[in-house]
Design a protein around this ligand. Structure first.
Ligand code: C2O
Ligand code: CU
Ligand code: CU
Length: 482
């Protein structure tokens, strides 16, 4: 079997040495000479935060939108004055935004211009097996692959990212990630901020070598440069009105605890699978890798000239990882938007379909300090040849997911479906997790109880820890819906 090591020289990475793509070293040296600023310690708030552009369809016929994306190497100016080698969808870091409408088919043809296989997964999407981007369902360099998204699900802030087996962790880290914003008439009918006041933000960490190139190593604790839409501590100019921010934690391992510097709470309106039933006011928003949360911030409460920093109080040294971006209130504006007290209706926990099966899913990994830790689901390493769980189409199940580790945090992501989080250690889940979810935090020793319904497609789909270094270590398994 081809492993990460044989493909990318993981032994270098494991030794903590910079892993550079061939030919980049000389270029990086040349760049470094021009850019003497200390790498990864750029002055904060010197560059604007870009908003990823929205991809345009190449054609729209018969009620179907057709898109084309090139997967290729490019450089991005992540650190001021330095061209960093990245892997991209269409040359953008992060990738372009794809906007979709529920019930309307969307077809994306990806061309692989890299020198290694890729698979494109629509995270949170209800998709057929052929278009899921299963880890083993890769396409080779020089070839194309067409993914069809029927969008038979309600609005949600989804994302697309690489899922090539043993490579997804490094591929996503190097840039293969983009937002897929699915809307529907329910969401469009609400008076929430829209258009330029609806802004996707991917927050993630990274580590750079002293030439400003990305360093990838498994389980790296030195990814201490925080990026917002691909920039280090950018500023974002806003009008004094409400904005909707669609936050995605695009890190491999890092948990964010986000808060505004002046203590103003955030209004969370949506989670992974779309709007919550009701907005929730949260002083701190926790996001584990792969999770999304949409928040509304009302800047009309602040005079023009106010600067608010979005801070991270999650794990790590605050002087390194504590600053995400700064909102600069620069002008007044009319604001016809509002946040309704009721956003949608979802069945209450006791109104969900009855379940016939209860499963126990146990996540754990080696915690004994060995150099090459392995990850397990129910005691087994991922084996793509093995079906770990078989569910019956049209039924609902309870999944109790336990983190059996003593120190290591995990989370749990299931392809194909949005689930409901019923309980954490027997206590009903809080309001921020009361909506539809596809990725859920599981603390050491904790058990989360999920309600899952398999009513969309049949086939084989994976579930895994979305701390992608962990899934690359084996913490992944296969579900068959039949
Ligand atoms: Cu976000 Cu299996 O993936
Ligand atoms: Cu997924
Ligand atoms: Cu994990």
């Amino acid at each position: 079997m081809i492993t990460r090591r044989s493909v990318l020289g993981g032994s270098l990475a494991a030794a903590g040495l910079p892993l550079l793509v061939p030919g980049s070293l000389a270029r990086a040296r040349a760049r470094a000479a021009e850019a003497p600023s200390p790498v990864g310690r750029a002055e904060p708030f010197t560059v604007p935060m870009p908003v990823p552009s929205v991809l345009s369809p190449v054609s729209s016929t018969g009620g179907v939108d057709y898109y084309e994306v090139g997967i290729r190497k490019a450089t991005a100016e992540i650190l001021p004055g330095i061209a960093t080698d990245v892997l991209t969808y269409d040359g953008q870091f992060p990738g372009p935004v794809i906007r979709a409408f529920s019930g309307r088919r969307l077809v994306v043809r990806h061309h692989n211009d890299l020198d290694m296989p890729v698979a494109v997964h629509l995270h949170g999407g209800s998709v057929t097996r052929d278009s899921d981007g299963n880890p083993m369902d890769v396409f080779d360099p020089g070839t194309s692959r067409t993914y069809t998204y029927e969008n038979r699900q309600p609005h949600a802030s989804l994302w697309y990212h690489d899922h090539a087996h043993h490579m997804e962790s490094e591929h996503v880290y190097r840039g293969l990630s983009g937002a897929y914003l699915l809307t529907d008439s329910l969401e469009q009918g609400l008076p929430l901020p829209k258009g330029r006041y609806d802004v996707p933000i991917t927050i993630r960490d990274a580590r750079f070598d002293d030439q400003g190139q990305l360093v990838y190593a498994m389980s790296d604790r030195n990814r201490t440069t925080i990026l917002a839409n691909g920039k280090v501590a950018p500023y974002f100019e806003v009008a004094a009105r409400k904005y909707r921010f669609r936050l995605l934690n695009g890190s491999n391992l890092r948990i964010f605890s986000l808060r505004l510097s002046d203590g103003t709470p955030l209004t969370q309106i949506a989670s992974d699978g779309g709007l919550l039933e009701r907005p929730v006011t949260v002083p701190v928003l926790r996001l584990s890798p792969g999770e999304r949360a949409d928040v509304v911030i009302d800047f009309s409460a602040f005079p023009v000239g106010t600067r608010l920093v979005l801070r991270n109080s999650g794990p790590g040294r605050p002087d390194l990882v504590g600053t995400v971006l700064r909102f600069d209130v620069v002008r007044t504006a009319d604001d016809p938007s509002s946040v309704p007290a009721v956003l949608r209706s979802l069945p209450a926990a006791n109104e969900l379909p009855t379940t016939a099966v209860t499963r126990e899913i146990v996540l754990n990994m080696d915690e004994d300090g060995r150099p090459d830790p392995r990850g397990f689901v129910n005691g087994q390493l991922f084996d793509p040849e093995r079906i770990d769980t078989t569910a019956t189409f049209g039924t609902s199940e309870i999944w109790n997911v336990t983190n059996a580790n003593r120190r290591t945090l995990h989370n749990f992501h299931l392809h194909l479906v949005q689930f409901r989080v019923l309980e954490r250690d027997g206590v009903p889940a809080g309001p921020t997790e009361a909506g539809l979810k596809d990725t859920v935090r599981v603390a050491p020793g904790e058990t989360v109880k999920l309600h899952v319904t398999f009513d969309s497609y049949r086939g084989d789909y994976v579930y895994h820890c979305h701390m992608l270094d962990h899934s690359a270590m084996g913490m992944m398994a296969t579900l068959r819906v039949r």
